[in-house]
Design a protein around this ligand. Sequence first.
Ligand code: COI
Length: 356
Amino acid sequence: MSNIKVELTKSPKPKPVDESKLTFGDVFTDHMLIVDYDEGQGWHDARIVPYGPLSLDPAAMCLHYGQEVFEGMKAYRADDGRVLLFRPQENFKRLNLSNDRLCIPPVDEEFMLECLEKFVSIDADWIPKAPDTSLYLRPFIIAVDPHLGVRAANHYLFMVIASPVGPYYPEGLDPVKIYVETKYVRAVKGGTGFTKTAGNYSSSLKAQYEAKEKNYTQVLWLDGVERKYIEEVGTMNVFFKIDGEIITPSLDGSILGGITRKSAIELMRGWGMKVTERRLSIDELAKAYDDGKLEEAFGTGTAAVISPIGHLNWGDTKIMNINNGEIGPVSQRLYDELTGIQWGKVEDKYGWTVTV
Ligand code: COI
């Protein structure tokens, strides 16, 4: 084990009493992980310290130009007491993809995973045990140089915080209502859509707010040029079952490459289903709906897990009620298999889980 300093809290916080009422991202554990980066020294001084506020210079570059990246992953408590992570290597691989696009120095993926595992083992008592709960882990990197010129920073913090969570959407496994966004765009090819960086999310807020006003859970983004091709929901990738075939937008640079997306594709192909990654226009989807061929729709994400889509509104004129607003068989099977693997209840044939 490499040198990771540990300072345990002297005042542990009370843990959530009723785990069945856990929401998403409101409660934080006793500790946090910090690793510094300084030009010339690289990443150094990994330490686990009591959770608390950061002291940042008001000129810290992340506060002005958004040089920030993050990840989302979960730790699960199996019935036999084991603590499991799901494909964590994929998160660190993706973190480095985001780093590269945001001009942040790469991390040593193996070392950061080792730090994260140590952090999870220290706060393992915070992993909830109630059904459909887990410990959400949020690794992130911020640029901290006090400087107002626009350039890449020379000093960064890599951190991980953790939050015991329940379902991301209050609907849980009940299908969500999605508004097809035609006024705003999320990303364009050549931009940062494929990365996990704060700006992708802050720029989505206005559309999300306007959709909420109309009683929709989230928006479905279309491509930023033609406003025609389906991209993603922002908190999840999307899949449609059309005439027996599963179709999901291909990753062409403006869509986040979800780890749950990748796992869902591998599972469905393993079940012998036809899964196609390609461009899918909203007109094609609407036509499939009119022809009675749109059988199911769902989203995938670490936070969202598998989230059935029961209702799509395109332009306030085209309303698609999918599978009578109920969860479909593919979504249910995927949810059962994926969460079964994640919670250690189903055999992990793919070797996806890592025991901490
Ligand atoms: C995740 O699924 O982990 C995400 O990062 C999506 C969202 C909570 C921002």
